[in-house]
Design a protein around this ligand. Structure first.
Ligand code: G3P
Ligand code: CA
Length: 269
């Protein structure tokens, strides 16, 4: 594997996308524990509200792909989700942990925050609000209330905040900025729209989160976003050539399903 020298200006942050999700079932305790063991600087997770108002870490609108159940997260209560197996869809032959319900049942954001608090080192959290418009502010409200319980809703400054909130929804990020102005926000985009190409993000947003495909096809976008004063956090960067590209362009964060491999490529493991 090619090793590259990190840009001297900053240490690129390696963010585990849904945990170490190439090696373990995404969004489970097994995947996040593995990411912490792998040395990830930060953990990415998607959050959705259950029918009874709990924030759970699930990517898809429905649980069909990643569990043995069926139905929309928003139509199920936490107790319904807790009865499902979120591990066996991944090849269970690879690890006995994925059959252990304590590691592969539905993960609440609260449990993930506890894991991070107990990590024994600084591990940051990048929380993505999924389809927040459906809930008219409830996702952000409950998210900030939960962060408040962990003492994370009012950091001294955005730079010191161990938590950031990401979304494809500018409205969701605006709600966060209004209620918790010192929590940094990341505007995700999978399209190189004219505004993004010009470095123009929604007001108050700290970082852009372009998909790697945009960065490959429009590498100049990174410099433009930097000139406009934004950090750049790229997803989902799994291929060594893409890691090299991100390093060359000086992005601040790489969001990857393979944090261990990326850290090895960066010479940090
Ligand atoms: O980290 C951003 C990335 O996760 C956005 O895409 O579909 O994987 O949530 P998705
Ligand atoms: Ca995500």
């Amino acid at each position: 594997m090619t090793r590259v020298t990190p840009a001297p200006a900053h240490r690129i942050q390696v963010v585990a996308h849904r945990g170490s999700s190439e090696d373990a079932p995404e969004h489970t305790l097994a995947a996040y524990r593995k990411a912490i063991e792998d040395g990830a600087d930060a953990l990415e997770c998607d959050v959705r509200l259950t029918a009874d108002g709990h924030l759970v870490c699930v990517h898809d609108r429905r649980v069909n792909r990643t569990s043995n159940g069926r139905g929309a997260v928003s139509a199920l209560e936490l107790a319904d989700l807790a009865a499902l197996d979120f591990g066996s869809w991944k090849d269970a032959a690879e690890s006995p942990d994925w059959k252990d319900p304590s590691l592969t049942s539905v993960l609440t954001l609260e449990r993930l925050l506890e894991l991070v608090a107990d990590a024994g080192r600084r591990v940051e959290l990048a929380v993505e609000t999924k389809h927040p418009t459906r809930w008219a502010g409830q996702v952000e409200e409950r998210l900030l209330a939960l962060l408040g319980r962990f003492g994370l809703a009012a950091p001294a400054s955005p730079e010191e905040s161990p938590v950031r909130i990401m979304s494809f929804s500018a409205r969701s990020l605006h709600r966060v900025a209004e209620a918790a102005p010192r929590i940094p926000t990341v505007y995700l985009t999978q399209f190189a729209t004219p505004r993004v190409r010009e470095g123009r993000l929604p007001a108050g947003v700290r970082a852009a989160g372009p998909g790697i495909r945009i960065v490959r096809s429009h590498p100049g976008i990174v410099a433009r976003l930097h000139e406009a004063g934004h950090q750049v956090h790229v997803w989902t960067v799994d291929e060594p050539a893409d890691v090299e590209l991100c390093m060359r362009l000086g992005v601040e964060a790489i969001i990857t399903n393979r944090p261990g491999q990326v850290l090895s490529q960066l010479g940090r493991r």
